[in-house]
Design a protein around this ligand. Structure first.
Ligand code: GDP
Length: 436
């Protein structure tokens, strides 16, 4: 997501940054390019237009152009406006001490049931007593799917029967809660393939009966601008309070996610970032903006590292002494945090260095493991000793080519640089790897 948009914006801004003082025509030209890049990423036309207008006004209006670091300031203005467009400060659904009922709505396939399970896991982790209500009587397997998710997370699931009236559902829920106290009830409602009046009426009736405190629309980032039309229709019928955007890990161009806040006026609460139960992250506009502009997202990186419970490096060792043994361990660690390519992009400056679609898969990992295992301990601890002859021996021993051995050594060098950056940023003091 945002890959191609990010690359384009970074190129345009690199150019601007290098200029020192700027002229108005230079800014105008850059703004035209930015507008184009946004439209190509499927950003809503008006959102792109307003964005560029606001940036231009700020850049030209203040004393930016004549200052010595005009380029830098323009980059900052773009960054700030990107954050605004994405919603400003991060927002979360309202959560009272008890009696929270959340309504999950969305088109079939958007990821509603999956996100319901993810929310249960997320809030259970925060100490909430969650109950799931399986009210998606439309999609045949949805209730079963929610029961499986409930089981996996360890929260109960109340199942709505076929053709049950909203009044009966409300009554059954009330009785359930009298027996088993729950402070957060999340209702997975019937999905639709497209907007369907009849089903919308049923949804509105159920909403009236259950009187939820939040109504969350789940939208699929892959469906682009159409997702936002859907949001407007749902909002008219069942009045939404916020959005969850799923499949942000996919290769959607990102326009829908970028436009969602401005077009619907609703905050984006969460982003779905994988199919896994843990694949839901609070949506932080500032972090997303930094990621798009290649400034990295160190905070998310640290959080993921903490969640993955990584094995730490030898505590007596400095990060800058990072050797090939450590590389092997860290690669395994990184894989626990998600696809390596995605993780690398969280590191400042890294997104531009990686080739498009970069990833290290299981097979490559095994090959790397084989190469490292063909080295003597001394070689692993001190890769500088690995001369031409040794490279040949290691290649033969692991069944790989000398080029592959060279590539691995180069990668290790790069990772070492990366570790130095992390060390400078205060991560992993005393050589504790990335453990937080
Ligand atoms: P529903 O009909 O809206 O309840 O949709 P589901 O919850 O069944 O999800 C539809 C498909 O999207 C499933 O295959 C999910 O695994 C997948 N999915 C949901 N959220 C995400 C996400 O954030 N990332 C990815 N990659 N897949 C997702």
């Amino acid at each position: 997501m945002f890959e191609s948009l990010g690359k384009k914006l970074q190129d345009i801004l690199d150019n601007v940054r290098q200029q020192g003082r700027l002229t108005e025509p230079q800014v105008k030209a850059a703004m035209r390019e930015i507008r184009m890049a946004l439209l190509e990423a499927d950003v809503n036309f008006n959102v792109a237009k307003d964005f560029v207008a606001r940036v231009s006004e700020k850049a030209v209006g203040q004393d930016v152009l004549t200052s010595l670091n005009a380029g830098q300031q323009v980059v900052k203005i773009v960054h700030d406006e990107l954050i605004e467009t994405l919603g400003g400060s991060a927002q979360q659904p309202q959560l009272k001490t008890d009696s929270n009922v959340w309504f999950m709505v969305g088109l079939q396939g958007a990821g509603k049931t999956t996100s319901t399970g993810k929310l249960a896991a997320y809030y259970k982790g925060k100490g909430r007593r969650v109950l799931l209500v399986a009210a998606d009587t439309q999609r045949p397997a949805a209730r079963e799917q929610l029961k499986v998710l409930g089981n996996q997370v360890g929260v109960p699931v109340l199942e709505v029967h076929d053709n049950e009236s909203p009044a009966v559902t409300q009554q059954r829920l009330k009785e359930y809660l009298q027996k088993d106290f729950r402070d957060l009830v999340i209702v997975d409602t019937a999905g639709r393939l497209q907007i369907d009046e009849n089903l919308m009426d049923q949804l509105a009736d159920l909403k009236t009966a259950l009187n939820p405190t939040e109504t969350l629309l789940v939208v699929d980032a892959m469906t682009g601008q159409e997702a936002l039309n859907v949001a407007e229709t749902f909002d008219k019928r069942v009045s939404l309070s916020g959005l969850i955007i799923t499949k942000m890990d996919g290769d959607a161009r990102g326009g829908a996610a970028l436009s969602a806040r401005s077009v619907t006026g609703k905050p984006i609460y969460f982003a779905g970032v994988s199919e896994k139960i843990t694949g839901l992250e609070p949506f932080y506009p500032d972090r997303v903006a930094s990621r798009i502009l290649g400034m990295g997202d160190v905070l998310t990186l640290i959080e993921r590292a903490q969640q993955a419970e990584l094995s730490a490096m030898d505590p007596n060792k400095k990060l800058t002494e990072f050797d090939l043994e450590d590389l092997l361990m860290q690669m395994k660690n990184l894989r626990k945090m998600g696809p390596l390519g995605d993780i690398m992009k969280l590191i400042p400056g890294m997104s531009k260095m990686l080739p498009e679609g970069f990833n290290v898969d299981e097979k490559q990992l095994k090959q790397i493991e084989a190469i490292i295992q063909s080295m003597t301990l001394r070689e692993r601890r001190d890769p500088k000793v690995i001369n031409g002859q040794r490279r040949k021996r290691i290649a033969a021993g692991s069944g790989r080519t000398v080029q592959e051995v060279n590539r691995l050594l180069k990668m290790h060098d790069q990772m070492k640089d990366m570790m130095k950056v992390m060390q400078r940023m205060g991560m992993g003091k005393g050589g504790k790897g990335m453990k937080g």
